[in-house]
Design a binder for this molecule. Structure first.
Ligand code: FDM
Length: 212
């Protein structure tokens, strides 16, 4: 229809512990929405391809050490360097499916003991997601799913702390999905929630900013 140019895309974020199934759901959503004819891209944070992303990647692989606050700010900078592209994509009608965002940033850093408000501060002004799908799984169950890799943070005790810190960040953009259900059931819920969200954005729901 004639209004197509004004219809913005949706900013959909998937969050959850390692091994909660985020990445599979992101991939599934991408092909589902493409199949329906929507303009859609799948993104992830950290974006390891930028200069900042390379520093993060080396830290996660235990190839470099950084102060807890320094790495926190790099994760945040990695989102800031993508902000304007994110905004132009959304405004031109492309829906973005994003694997991790500021909630990971705050949950992982505050789980190390950093003050939560300090952790949130550098995220203020980034684009707020229209929908956050939290794939909820007990840390012990996630650990059973083929185990963790070798990167920093992939240990049960730390994931338990992260899980608790995620709970503090829940807001009204969040939908909690039981990630222990069979994958097809998770996928069905995810699709329904995302379609509603995409529709609301096309119908003029305004873009907003984080934590204001
Ligand atoms: N992570 C991710 C953070 O600590 N802060 C952040 O801002 C983001 C986006 O990095 F353990 C952590 C979460 C995870 C690790 O993520 C790398 P992927 O999804 O495994 O690439």
């Amino acid at each position: 229809d004639g209004q197509i140019d004004n219809q913005r895309g949706a900013l959909v974020v998937l969050e959850g512990l390692d091994r909660s199934g985020k990445t599979s759901q992101c991939n599934g959503l991408l092909s589902f929405l493409e199949g329906l004819g929507f303009s859609v891209e799948s993104w992830r944070f950290p974006d390891r391809k930028t200069g900042v992303g390379e520093m993060i990647s080396s830290y996660l692989a235990n190839k470099s050490q950084l102060d807890d606050r320094a790495i926190h700010l790099l994760f945040s900078a990695n989102r800031w360097e993508k902000r304007s592209l994110m905004e132009s994509k959304l405004k031109s009608g492309t829906t973005l499916i994003v694997d991790r965002y500021s909630y990971s940033g705050v949950a992982f850093s505050s789980a190390k003991g950093l003050d939560i408000d300090w952790c949130k501060a550098p995220e203020i002004g980034l684009l707020a997601p229209d929908l956050v799908l939290y794939l909820d799984i007990p840390p012990e169950k996630a650990a059973d799913r083929g185990g963790y890799g070798v990167e920093k943070y992939e240990q049960l005790e730390f994931q338990q702390k992260v899980s608790q810190h995620y709970q503090i960040l829940r807001d009204d953009t969040w939908q909690i999905i039981d990630a222990c259900l069979p994958m097809e059931d998770v996928e069905k819920q995810v699709r329904e929630l995302v379609l509603d969200c995409v529709t609301a954005c096309r119908n003029g729901k305004p873009l907003s900013q984080l934590w204001l």
